[in-house]
Each structure stands twice: as structure tokens, then as C-alpha cells.
Design a protein around this ligand. Structure first.
Ligand SMILES: [Mg+2]
Length: 262
């Protein structure tokens, strides 16, 4: 036994198995091919044109993510259970994620989902696409859903709204959860990875040791504009190759980060 004080497992759940690496990841459009919130907005709410304008305004700093995102989701009148059914029928999993997730469990690399989406949707999609076992072994930090004021319940028409995780302009400031780990003293601090694709990942972009950004998406634009190093990915197959090489000591995080900078 070391002399270090025991860690608070409640505040730092990803350290429960004493890992040397933690993999933080966005959910929508990163673990899945489609963004579930975009899908609902485009097909059940006010449509892609207004949504894309909102995203652009956030990306270029004209408005905050929180208000744009709430407006988007409030445009969806569909009962919540029907939204979930629609998403289960249409949203697909990244082709490399299942293999990545299985490897991560065997290698003691906890996967923590940091999402600007809603908990019940993420749980339903993960159970459906990866398996019920996955939901039990993955930590999900995200927003939630509740009845709109005056409605009888979330499964009524115009019955639900998003409940944000925190008071930040992001609705869910992903850097808050990551900082709990990145600020640990050196001897306790695991190496931190992050994978993401869009505007909800802007708050996380500077916080980890190696960042994966999905090709062709807004996060790549942001990283380029802000000169934040990132490794581009098209699916989790290449993420698995990089993370595995680091975990197995075939390359170092410094080398991988250096390559990402070029
Ligand atoms: Mg996303």
C-alpha cells in the first residue's frame, strides 16, 4: 500500500480500476454515425437549415451552444418515447466502436462518454447498438430530459425538454469532468484521450493529452483555427490502432501528440 490518501471514487469514478489511461469521448456523431439531436431536429423539428445556421453561429462565436441547442430541441413536438423509437430505427454505430470498446475493457482503459445529448437516448442507443452489457460498464456524463412545465409527461406531444448538466454556455461543459483527472498530481494522473466531432466538443478540445477529431466535421475546423493538435479519424479502427500502440508501449503519447501537431 502506498502512503497516498485514498481517492474519492464517487468524484472520480473512472479511477475505480486504477487505470493508467482514460478514454473520454463524445457520443453523437462520434460513437454513432448520425447525431441523434440533429436527426430529431431535421426530421421531427424545424429542419436542417435553421439547425445548420445555429451551429455556424456557435462555431464562430455569435451565440452560445446552450441557447442554440435548446431552441433546436424545443422545435421537436414528438413524444419522447416516439423520438427514441425513431432514433433506434435510424442511427447507426461507428463500424470500429464495438471492437474498440471490447479491447478497452480487456486493457483496463475506462471509456467515459461526455455528451451534450440526453442520457436516456444515449443509454437506449448503446444498449441497442453495442449491447446491454455496455451500458453497465460505461460512465455517461450528459444532459437529461424532463417534462416541460405544464405538460403531463415526457411521452405527451410537446411534453419534454432538455435539462442541462451545468450552468455553462455549453449546457454541458465537458472540460469540467476531464479537469477532475487532468489536475491530479503527476503520480496519480492517468494519460487522457478524447474523441469528438462537433461544436459540443469545443470545451474539451484543450484538456487531454491526445485528441481525435472526426474528418470533415466542425471540430477539425475549430482545431485548425485555434492551432490545437489533433489526430484525424474516420472511424474507431484507427483510434484503436493509435491508443493500443500507446497502451502497449509501442509508441509514446509524446510521439503520437507530436505526429498530431504536424
Ligand atoms: Mg458530436
Amino acid at each position: 500500500m502506498g502512503s497516498a490518501a485514498p481517492l474519492d471514487a464517487g468524484a472520480l469514478p473512472a479511477l475505480a480500476t486504477d487505470p493508467k489511461f482514460i478514454f473520454f469521448t463524445d457520443f453523437d456523431g462520434t460513437i454513432t454515425l448520425q447525431d441523434s439531436n440533429d436527426y430529431m431536429t431535421d426530421n421531427l423539428g424545424y429542419g436542417p437549415e435553421k439547425r445548420k445556421q445555429g451551429n455556424k453561429d456557435v462555431l464562430f462565436g455569435k451565440r452560445d451552444f446552450r441557447s442554440s441547442f435548446r431552441e433546436m430541441l424545443d422545435s421537436v413536438p414528438t413524444p419522447f418515447d416516439e423520438c427514441v423509437r425513431t432514433l433506434l430505427a435510424n442511427v447507426k454505430l461507428d463500424p470500429g466502436f464495438k471492437q474498440f470498446f471490447e479491447w478497452s475493457r480487456a486493457a483496463n482503459v475506462p471509456v467515459v462518454v461526455l455528451s451534450g445529448g440526453m442520457q436516456p437516448i444515449i443509454r437506449a442507443l448503446l444498449a441497442h447498438l453495442v449491447g446491454h452489457d455496455c451500458v453497465d460498464h460505461i460512465q455517461i456524463v450528459s444532459n437529461d430530459v424532463a417534462p416541460r412545465p405544464g405538460s403531463k409527461g415526457i411521452n405527451e406531444p410537446n411534453g419534454w425538454h432538455i435539462v442541462f448538466h451545468d450552468d455553462s454556455g455549453f449546457g454541458h461543459d465537458k472540460s469540467i469532468e476531464i479537469r477532475k483527472y487532468s489536475q491530479l498530481p503527476k503520480e496519480r494522473r492517468p494519460t487522457l484521450f478524447y474523441a469528438g466531432d462537433g461544436v459540443s466538443d469545443l470545451s474539451a478540445a484543450r484538456e487531454t493529452d491526445l485528441m481525435f477529431a472526426k474528418e470533415g466535421r466542425d471540430l477539425v475546423t475549430y482545431c485548425k483555427n485555434e492551432k490545437i493538435p489533433y489526430e484525424e479519424f474516420s472511424d474507431f479502427t484507427s483510434i484503436l490502432a493509435t491508443v493500443k500502440a500507446i497502451v502497449e508501449g509501442k509508441t509514446t503519447i509524446e510521439e503520437a501528440a507530436k505526429r498530431a501537431q504536424q
